[in-house]
Design a protein. Structure first.
Ligand SMILES: [Zn+2]
Length: 285
């Protein structure tokens, strides 16, 4: 599940390796992955890569001459640079960008059965107006928005866990890091977004900065090219239910949803209450 820290380290590593490199050819074996046809993908051929950057959970590969690839990895995609070209039998390939001289290849791969990762070829000046980017809220990092408390309050009764993952409200946080952030701020995942005191809002802001900073610093130390299929995420709480809380020692609990899990410390976040495990309660009905 690539979220802001994972996409950020991917952008940094690819930028350092590819800036200035010339694109020899590009093709999209994943028929559903390429979401645009004008300009055509081939328009990037013969041009130099001007840089790789992050926007929310998206990657942007800027190409000299005002073109850009806008890439969304969704839940199972990876943008990886390899020294050798993929065999065309590699079913994980969605987009192949071959680099001139030396055989390197920038590859969008996707694991699992679903094809959700996507790429758009856009004019660089149109990136911010693209519907996926224009709909994003302010970036969560490096500096959460100054009016974070107001942004959250406008979400009314929605729980913090949902609001912080809503890319329209604040961009970059997903299911893994939201658990770490709320644990760090000692806030309940079910607390209403419009029910934060000034102190709680400050603690939340600090937790967002520190948690995402910490993750990116960790990746800076341990992640090298080629970016591994599975990044070594330094999670302390998410998916650690049943283990002791690293801060207070209480047993971490979790609420299981259909396709994800929300983990928390019942002593420090929910006032001692163990929230209903929806998977269990459904089985017991
Ligand atoms: Zn605890």
């Amino acid at each position: 599940m690539p979220e802001l820290p994972e996409v950020e380290i991917t952008a940094r590593r690819l930028d350092a390796a590819l800036r200035g490199a010339e694109i020899e050819s590009a093709l999209a074996p994943g028929i559903n992955a390429l979401k645009t046809f004008d300009p055509p993908l081939q328009a990037i051929e013969g041009r130099a890569i001007a840089g790789v950057r992050r926007r929310g959970k998206h990657l942007v590969v800027d190409v000299a001459g005002d073109l850009s690839l806008l890439v969304h990895l969704m839940s199972a995609g990876r943008l990886q640079l390899f020294d050798k070209r993929a065999t065309l039998r590699d079913r994980t390939s969605r987009l192949l960008v071959r680099i001139a001289g030396g055989g390197r290849e920038l590859r969008l791969r996707e694991f699992g059965t679903k094809q959700r990762a996507w790429v758009k070829v856009l004019r660089t000046e149109d990136i911010e107006a693209d519907e996926a980017i224009a709909a994003l809220g302010p970036e969560a990092w490096p500096e959460p928005p100054g009016d974070l408390a107001e942004l959250l309050a406008a979400q009314g009764a929605r729980p913090l866990n949902a609001v912080l993952r809503d890319q329209h409200v604040i961009a970059g946080i997903g299911r893994s890091w939201v658990d770490e952030i709320l644990w760090s701020a000692m806030l309940s995942p079910f607390k209403r977004a419009d029910d934060l005191s000034d102190e709680e809002a400050d603690a939340l802001r600090e937790a967002i900065v520190n948690t995402l900073d910490g993750a990116i610093e960790h990746y800076e130390r341990v992640v090298e090219l080629p970016i591994p299929d599975k990044l070594p995420m330094p999670l302390q709480v998410h998916r650690h239910q049943g283990e002791p809380c690293p801060r207070c020692g209480a047993t971490l609990e979790a609420v299981h949803y259909e396709d994800y899990v929300m983990s928390y410390c019942p002593v420090e976040q929910t006032g001692g209450r163990v929230l209903k495990d929806r998977r269990l309660s459904r089985l017991l009905k």
